[in-house]
Design a protein around this ligand. Structure first.
Ligand code: GLC
Ligand code: MG
Length: 247
């Protein structure tokens, strides 16, 4: 039985400050038997494993890769998760619809999964322009009768995911699987694709180096359970573990 589910994004959250990461790894190692550790990343599993090697990341219990479109739990795919993702998901139809959009370029094949369709914007957009682009895209999907989550990150990355996918839904699924209460869950992130997990009914922690699209959203939504840390990268996670009523 675990006492805490710790779900963290990798790039610019767990990874970015090597001394701070080394300190956090030490803390996590001493608490390892009490914590279920999950890496939730936009990267593919191969890309995430490569980063694990380069940055000496601990071996986690779970890998939620491709923005929560794939879940590997203690080395095995989770069959229930895959069944949930298949509902209302019409990837070929979405791809055909977006093939006419000149502002979008497909990301490389390594970043595409059966449950993730990813593009780069040919021109980055921030703030109001980014929100308008997202709204326009959602309206087009609605008109075409297609369901998908639209996830916009770092001004230029766009992911379309099944309605049931994402870092927030994967956290909810794991919380249930482990039989933990929301106050036994901590999610940490820095960018747009972390929003769904930072908006959940559990503890959320936004690093001080968070991207503008996440800060914009936080300024409007201000969920009670979300902390905006004064610390960057892994230092924010260490500080959260020390100060939040978690363990
Ligand atoms: C990672 C993925 C990319 C995705 C982005 C934002 O960079 O490699 O496919 O679009 O995260 O979620
Ligand atoms: Mg990140």
């Amino acid at each position: 039985m675990k006492d805490l589910l710790l779900v963290t994004d990798l790039d610019h959250t767990l990874v970015g400050d090597r001394p701070a990461l080394a300190r956090l790894n030490k803390t996590l190692e001493t608490l390892r038997s009490r914590i279920a550790l999950v890496y939730a990343t936009g990267r593919s599993l191969a890309g995430a494993r490569q980063l694990q090697q380069e940055e000496h990341l601990l071996e986690p219990d779970g890998w939620a890769t491709g923005v929560g479109s794939t879940l590997l739990w203690r080395g095995q795919p989770d069959p229930l998760w895959d069944t949930m993702l298949g509902k209302h998901w019409h990837r070929p139809a979405l791809k055909a619809l977006l093939s006419h959009w000149s502002d979008l370029a497909m990301q490389p094949a390594s970043e595409q999964t059966p449950y993730k369709l990813s593009y780069e914007l040919t021109r980055p957009r921030q703030g109001k322009e980014a929100r308008e682009f997202e709204n326009h895209l959602r309206a087009c999907l609605g008109q075409a009768g297609l369901q998908a989550q639209v996830v916009f990150s770092s001004g230029c990355q766009l992911d379309l995911l099944p309605p049931a996918a994402g870092k927030g839904p994967v956290t909810a699924h794991l919380q249930q699987k482990l039989g933990l209460r929301p106050d036994q869950v901590l999610c940490c992130g820095d960018s747009g694709n972390d929003r769904s997990m930072l908006a959940g009914p559990w503890w959320g922690l936004m690093v001080s180096n968070a991207r503008p699209e996440l800060v914009d959203w936080w300024q409007q939504a201000r969920p009670d359970t979300l902390v905006r840390s004064h610390h960057p990268y892994a230092g924010a996670i260490s500080h959260g573990l020390e100060t939040l009523p978690l363990l």
